[in-house]
Write a protein that binds this ligand. Structure first.
Ligand code: ATP
Ligand code: MG
Length: 1006
């Protein structure tokens, strides 16, 4: 009878990583019994709770004991490796003893703790070693009338692309009884735990070598440890057999779809094909479990799901550990992991005890045993066999004796010589390989003739030479070979110090451990992969501070800035690798990391969200592309596939459409400028020379642009048309022209031939940007294009926009063969005169805006009435006083009295003759005029400044240099005078206004 069981799901949250701590991350996970809650860091009130079979809090409440094991610091809430084994590992063993198949899967984003739970680190051993150890312990304590067989295999799946499987390599086959299995996968028979430990250790070494040889990141590979456990009950003449699969899945990073453009190469999504398929299989099974009719479960779509078919919905007891990071910056990924786990827990399996009569099986087992023993004897001592054509790796192991003598020798060497210790992106694979630098000279490189053979991207046959003279070690790179020490590239002989960081080729990282005399007690674990990359970034002058992460007041940088910084660090080695592949495949492409919006702000001057992009430049054509992070990662994977084919000597000629290095020529965003629109709100003209700055804040060109208020028929307004208060324009027709006159010193055009530019900008609510006509091959292009805009019924919002916003003017770079920007006015609403209509709210908004406008108008009128009333009261009091003092005749008194009575009756909002009010208005107008003059003068100052900034000294002619200096000092002196007089004028104008105002107040009080 099958045992119908749901997949058991456990979630485990790890401690903060050093990087997360440095970033001041906050924990977004909380756990209570078996429920796990996650809150949205941008919206802390928003919390989601999930209930799983188990929830492990490994985030806090622990300490390290003397062996280095993490144990609870007193509270019961902390779950260490032991607790996880007790619940999950024991369950797996129980199933195995009963004759059920068992599967344990670890799922989660890169760095979330999958390998920690499955394999473990140092003293904190994970489930795989513990399950194996406990299995043998239990075997030893069993009765004698039973026989046992344990076999182990380690499989690594690098590529999910089935089409790449070729004859000769390992294949996935299907058997009526067994289901899918890896044909040719050999199980190594094991008698005790020490043997398994050694096999795992060796497996790790081989995996480390394989990741570099295959240029594939281990985070993108799945590792499956298969334990086959057979029990023969001699008395009952039956056998029970169980297959335990312990699976450390690849990191589950989702490709960010938001914001980034879609990649032309759709197949790039293969990166995660096996995980996507796993997701689809899980969803289909979850639906089936809830009673829905599901016709097809797509097991066959990937290698991984084929292998896991029995674990998911089949003959297996299955457990999944969802590993999650606690940090706020991982919120999206963690939420997606929890959702994935939620679906998984619905899957129902039908496990059966794999028992059968013994006789036949005993015969089979004996035969198999003999076969295995003879195979074991025949295994080579070098031990590595990678069926790399299939990119499924299975590791063959050395014999026990060879292994122990290798270990002993390694220990002796470590005590005698300095050595290089490998540092891998995956901490599981760090510190696995040691390369000893013996006395004398010692060459490193790919060639087998070297004393140290290193494989890896960008490492040449003879790459560099180490010299060890009495424990003093130097490193000398060969011609043009890339060697970096402590973040800085070296070209000549360099002395190494204990714990120096060495990078060879594009990304093979090593920690140099000096000779025993130089060694210290320092903890080496701080020199991890992140340390290497951050050091490289710092040496290149890149840091969080450079990104402008001036804290938000709490000593903590903006999370989005930190995320961009982390992206940068993460992409750095990938870019180095892409450059190396491009070079070797002769693609002539250069990749560079850029920070989009590093120095740019939006139309209100607020910083724009920073994003990491990759600039791609073709070395001969100078063509430029800008790739989003997601697109680059996608392409990098495809490049690796192509490169692997290249290494295998295959034909790498691909047509353009499927070449990851190729893209059609595109228009590139070169820079942007801000032109503040405030002048238009006062119906004033603005002539601006604005600097077009690139993402990094460097000047790419200067654009001359004029904003001119005008009448509906295009007559430009003069000074007299200026308004004192923008609200005077409320509800009226407002027309203005934007005239893009010319561009000066366009670097984009200067840097390469065959290029052009277009200027683009968007005004207020227009549905799309407007572009000028393309201009090609002219460094100082005259553009002279004017567009007339009309707001037919200026709204309050529009006037507010004019006052507070800038027009973002973009410079677009055209390249030969690209599709130009549409410079027509198609799709825009035009008036009968052909002007472009702005401020055209949709119907629904219209009424509200109208009401709002009326409300504002009424408020202003009320305010005006209040002012008039106040002025009248004051005047009234004044007159009454005077009345008392003046001893005039009755007639005169009577006349004045009438005035007192009649004025309040005659007033209306239009009565602008009232002194107080008119005085205020005239003050405002004078002030506005003074400001306008100031702006105009400042424009002159600005132009002088730009001229100064752009004049370059002549290179070598002394005579000309002298003239240049004289001219320059004259310009500086003019600049100074102009600036002073501008400020003086503003001061005196303001002083005059203030004086007038005071005089009037004094006069009206007297
Ligand atoms: N429960 C835990 N307690 C302490 N440290 C942990 C825990 N879980 C993970 N870590 C640490 O976090 C780091 C990343 O963990 P790990 O290597 O297991 O991630 P991973 O999910 O396997 O990543 P990848 O997908 O890249 O292989 C390691 O340095 C590991 O020691
Ligand atoms: Mg891992």
């Amino acid at each position: 009878m099958p045992n119908v069981d749901s997949v058991k799901v456990a979630v485990r949250v790890r401690p903060f990583s050093q990087r997360e701590k440095d970033a001041g991350s906050r924990c977004v996970i909380s756990m209570n019994s078996n429920s796990t809650s996650i809150y949205d860091p941008r919206n802390p009130g928003h919390m989601k709770t999930f209930t799983f079979d188990l929830a492990y809090w490994s985030h806090s409440g622990f300490l390290k004991d003397e062996n280095g094991t993490f144990i609870s610091a007193g509270s019961n809430s902390y779950a260490g490796q032991r607790e996880v084994f007790r619940d999950l590992g024991q369950g797996v063993l129980e199933s195995a003893w009963q004759g059920y198949n068992a599967t344990l899967l670890a799922y989660g984003q890169t760095g979330s703790g999958k390998s920690y739970s499955m394999i473990g680190y140092g003293a904190n051993r994970g489930l795989v070693p513990s399950v194996c150890e406990e299995l043998f312990k239990a075997i030893q304590s069993q009765e004698k009338n039973k026989q046992y067989q344990v076999g182990l295999a380690q499989t690594v799946i690098y590529s999910q692309d089935l089409s790449r499987l070729k004859p000769g390599g390992l294949k996935i086959r299907e058997d009526q009884h067994q289901g899918f299995y890896v044909d040719g996968l050999k199980l190594v028979p094991c008698d005790n735990y020490a043997q398994i430990e050694r096999l795992m250790d060796q497996g790790n070494k081989m995996r480390t070598t394989a990741t570099t040889t295959m240029n594939a990141s281990s985070s993108r590979s799945h590792m499956v440890v298969t334990i086959q456990f057979k029990q023969i009950f001699l008395d009952e003449a039956i056998t029970k057999q169980s297959v335990i699969n312990l699976v450390d899945l690849a990191g589950s990073e989702r490709q960010k779809s938001s914001g980034s453009e879609k990649d032309r190469l759709k197949e790039g999504t293969r990166v995660n094909l096996s995980l996507t398929t796993l997701g689809n299989v899980i969803s289909a099974l979850a639906e089936a479990a809830t009673g829905k009719k599901v016709l097809h479960i797509p097991y066959r779509d990937s290698v991984l799901t084929k292998l896991l078919q029995s674990a998911l919905g089949g003959n297996s007891k299955t457990i999944m550990i969802a590993a999650v990071s606690p940090a706020d910056i991982c919120y999206e990924e963690t939420l997606s992991t929890l959702r994935y786990a939620e679906r998984t827990k619905k899957i129902r399996n039908k496990a059966v005890v794999n028992a059968s009569p013994a006789e036949k099986l005993i015969r089979e087992l004996k035969a198999e045993n003999n076969k295995l023993l003879s195979r074991l004897a025949g295994l080579g001592s070098t031990g590595r066999s990678i069926a790399d054509e299939t990119r499924i790796c299975y590791f063959r192991h050395p014999t026990e004796m060879t292994y122990f003598s290798i270990l002993a020798q390694e220990r002796r060497m470590m005590e005698t010589f300095p050595y290089l210790l490998n540092i891998n992106e995956d901490p599981q694979l760090s510190w696995v390989l040691k390369h000893f630098i013996q006395d004398g000279t010692c060459d490193v490189g790919q060639s087998t003739s070297n004393a140290i053979i290193l494989r890896g991207l960008g490492i040449l046959d003879k790459h560099a030479t180490f010299t060890n003279a009495d424990g003093k070690v130097t490193l000398t790179p060969r011609d043009m070979c890339k060697v970096v020490v402590n973040g800085v590239p070296i070209t000549g002989k360099t002395k190494l110090q204990h714990l120096d960081r060495v990078i060879l080729g594009s990304n093979s990282a090593y920690l140099y451990v000096g000779p025993p005399a130089e060694r210290t007690e320092e903890d080496l674990s701080r020199y991890d992969y992140d340390f290497f990359q951050s050091e490289l970034a710092a040496a290149e002058g890149f840091s969080v501070d450079k990104l402008g992460a001036a804290g938000s007041g709490e000593g903590r940088a903006d999370p989005s800035v930190l995320a961009a910084f982390h992206d940068y660090i993460k992409l750095m080695p990938l870019v180095a690798e892409a450059n190396q592949m491009s070079q070797e495949l002769k693609k002539e492409l250069k990749f560079e990391l850029k920070v989009k919006n590093l120095a740019l702000s939006d139309s209100r001057g607020h910083d724009l969200q920073k994003e990491i992009t990759v600039k791609v430049t073709h070395a001969t054509t100078n063509q430029v592309w800008v790739w989003s992070k997601a697109k680059f990662i996608n392409r990098k994977f495809l490049m690796e596939e192509l490169y692997q084919r290249f290494l295998e000597g295959e034909n790498t000629d691909v047509n353009q459409d499927s070449d990851p290095f190729w893209d059609p020529v595109e228009v590139v965003h070169v820079g942007s400028a801000h032109v503040w629109l405030q002048a238009l709100a006062y119906r004033m003209k603005l002539e601006e020379q604005a600097e077009l700055l690139n993402s990094e804040g460097l000047e790419e060109a200067v654009v001359l642009i004029n904003l001119s208020p005008c009448s509906s028929d295009g007559r430009l307004f003069g000074e007299d048309d200026m308004v004192v208060d923008p609200l005077e324009l409320l509800g009226r027709r407002v027309d203005f022209q934007i005239h893009v006159a010319e561009c000066l010193g366009v670097k984009w055009l200067r840097d390469a031939v065959g290029r052009g530019i277009q200027i683009g900008y968007t005004v207020y609510d227009l549905p799309r940007s407007l572009y000028t006509k393309p201009i090609w091959k002219n460094v100082n292009p005259k553009i002279e294009e004017t567009v007339h805009f009309s707001a037919l019924n200026a709204s309050y919002e529009f006037l507010n926009y004019l006052q507070k916003n800038a027009l973002i003017v973009d410079l677009w770079g055209l390249q030969e063969g690209c599709v130009e920007m549409d410079y027509s006015l198609d799709g825009l609403l035009l008036t009968s005169e052909g002007t472009v209509v702005v401020d055209n709210p949709k119907d629904t908004g219209n009424k509200v805006t109208e009401l709002y406008r009326k409300l504002l108008q009424m408020e202003q009128e009320t305010e005006l009435l209040r002012e008039v009333n106040r002025a009248l009261r004051e005047e009234n009091v004044l007159l009454q006083d005077k009345l008392k003092k003046w001893d005039t005749g009755h007639h005169e008194r009577h006349r004045l009295y009438r005035k007192l009575i009649y004025i309040p009756l005659n007033f209306s909002p239009q009565t602008k003759g009232i002194k107080m009010c008119s005085h205020r208005t005239s003050c405002d107008a004078e002030f506005a005029k003074a400001l306008k003059i100031f702006y105009q003068n400042m424009n002159v100052v600005r132009q002088q400044f730009l001229q100064l900034k752009h004049s370059r000294p002549p290179e070598d002619n002394l005579q000309v240099l002298r003239l240049f200096t004289e001219r320059q000092s004259q310009m500086i002196s003019d600049f100074g005078k102009q600036l002073e007089s501008t400020i003086y004028k503003l001061k005196s104008d303001v002083a005059l206004i203030v004086k007038k105002k005071r005089e009037y107040t004094a006069h009206s009080k007297s």
